[in-house]
Design a protein around this ligand. Structure first.
Ligand code: ADP
Length: 259
């Protein structure tokens, strides 16, 4: 739990870092644009001065290029290491961490039941995604409310998932009683760097990263939100049946029947 907590703090620190980088990048662009503008004004009357301004602009552009190279190296997607996971057990195992991350005034409820909701996913990335959703919920509730994480099964129709056949999924719904989102915010939440949070607090990378993770894991994500009432983010991961052996069948080695 200690390491996980530190991980949350690290994620928030990474947020501040990214915000700072965007700010620096804007400053460098200002140097480039300003230099080009001044060069244009001087180009016919004073070519030597114009050349100096162009050199300034080139230097600014080179610095910006170096910065984006660093940013790309830093954010390079980690390879996924999927394994069979019981989603209910994973969430049950996160409750203490969630309680401590979310704070005392917000109630955290988990509804996992006792079904083995087995999925095939990268444990570390899934935990990070859920923490991220919980932190978003916390921010939306401004100190008071209820965060609910519920796990169950769902079948998505072929057209919903853009496949030839319907799919069996494990559904993890993260709901909050926070401020909700207006339709124009909701429309943009998966854009990298889109944030409505103050500089240094939000990075706008949380939901876009989760989107990328789910895409790589053959999952889906849906968001329902009502301003003033709250938000539910629903994550779908393909149900994994291959290694599912229910407790009662462990002795016989018979595959478990799906509930
Ligand atoms: P960040 O949290 O750094 O802003 P995200 O990509 O996680 O980045 O979220 C983008 C934006 O989506 C947030 O700034 C916020 O406006 C909105 N948002 C995300 N989750 C919620 C939520 N649970 N309730 C209300 N708004 C949310």
């Amino acid at each position: 739990t200690e390491t996980k907590l530190r991980q949350v703090q690290k994620m928030e620190a990474v947020g501040q870092l990214t915000g700072g980088i965007a700010h620096d990048f804007n400053n460098m662009l200002a140097v480039v644009l300003g230099g080009l503008e001044l060069a244009k004004r001087n180009v016919s009357t004073d070519p030597a001065t114009a050349t100096r301004y162009i050199d300034n602009a080139t230097e600014g552009a080179n610095r910006a290029a170096a910065l984006t190279r660093r940013l790309l190296a830093f954010s390079r997607a980690e390879a996924l290491l999927p394994e069979a996971i019981d989603a209910g057990a994973l969430i049950a195992g996160m409750t203490e961490l969630l309680d401590r991350t979310i704070g005392d005034a917000i109630t955290v409820e988990t509804r996992t039941g006792d079904t083995d909701w087995r999925i095939w996913a990268d444990r570390h990335q899934l935990e990070n995604a859920l923490l991220n959703l919980a932190v978003n919920a916390r921010d939306a509730m401004e100190g008071r409310g209820t965060l609910t994480i519920a796990v169950d099964g769902a079948t998505l129709a072929a057209e919903e998932i853009g496949r030839c056949a319907a799919g069996d999924y494990v559904r993890i719904a993260v709901s909050d009683t926070g401020c909700g989102m207006t339709p124009d915010v909701l429309e943009r939440v998966f854009e990298p760097f889109f944030t409505t949070k103050p500089v240094g607090k939000g990075t706008g990378l949380g939901l876009s990263q989760i989107f990328g993770f789910l895409r790589q894991s053959d999952g889906e994500i849906a968001i329902a939100s009502t301003p003033g009432e709250g938000t539910t983010v629903t994550v779908y991961l393909p149900r994994h049946v291959g290694e599912a052996v229910a407790a009662a069948d462990r002795e016989t080695g018979e595959p478990a029947a799906l509930p």
